[in-house]
Design a binder for this molecule. Structure first.
Ligand SMILES: [Zn+2]
Length: 196
């Protein structure tokens, strides 16, 4: 009888609710080459934290933006049939459009799924201005895309710089003190050696 695989033997990458759906969207938003006036980014920026800087009702603006984008891209669903091991099946897929990059279209569709689940506002932009990458917020008040950015931001504050300078001053003083004591110990030893 073969032993069943223990749970710990299987490596699991921890994911959060909505994170899988958001990954395509986040990848698109961080894509180096994106068309100007990208409606996908505009839609993300109309939600939650981003919308605070806007005038008017962000919900109304979101609805208008989605309907306008859908019309201008000529979006429609088509059934695509294919074989399965037991028979055949048909899935409804978005017809490709020349008006949008395939990744952009996919990101737009994922954004709509997230919006339906009330999760689109969790797609945020990193709070460190020099970074600005988009990420999926895993826990409330997560302001940065990574631990690295959180640390870098913390180190740029005047409070941190001041406490760091004080620490370095104490450190240097400690070194000088140890050096002084070390030198005097050597001198004492030498003097002792001469006596004998
Ligand atoms: Zn960042």
């Amino acid at each position: 009888m073969s032993q069943p695989k223990r749970h710990s033997q299987v490596l699991h990458k921890r994911t959060y609710w909505g994170e899988d759906t958001a990954s395509v969207l986040v990848d698109w938003l961080n894509h180096r080459v994106r068309p100007k006036g990208d409606p996908v980014e505009a839609l993300v920026r109309l939600q939650g934290h981003h919308s605070l800087v806007l005038d008017g009702d962000p919900r109304q603006k979101s609805v208008e933006l989605v309907n306008r984008t859908t019309r201008s891209w000529g979006l429609s669903l088509v059934p695509v049939a294919g074989l399965t091991p037991d028979g055949w099946t048909a899935e409804w897929r978005h017809r490709p459009t020349s008006k949008a990059h395939p990744l952009q279209l996919l990101a737009f569709v994922k954004a709509l799924h997230l919006a339906s689940d009330g999760l689109l506002q969790r797609v945020r932009q990193c709070g460190r201005t020099e970074c600005g990458r988009y990420y999926y917020e895993r826990f409330p008040q997560q302001e940065f895309c990574s631990t690295k950015c959180r640390e870098l931001q913390k180190r740029s504050t005047p409070e941190w710089k001041k406490s760091r300078a004080q620490y370095m001053q104490r450190h240097r003083h400690g070194l000088q003190e140890r050096e002084r004591r070390g030198v005097s110990a050597v001198t004492r030893k030498k003097k002792g050696a001469k006596k004998s």
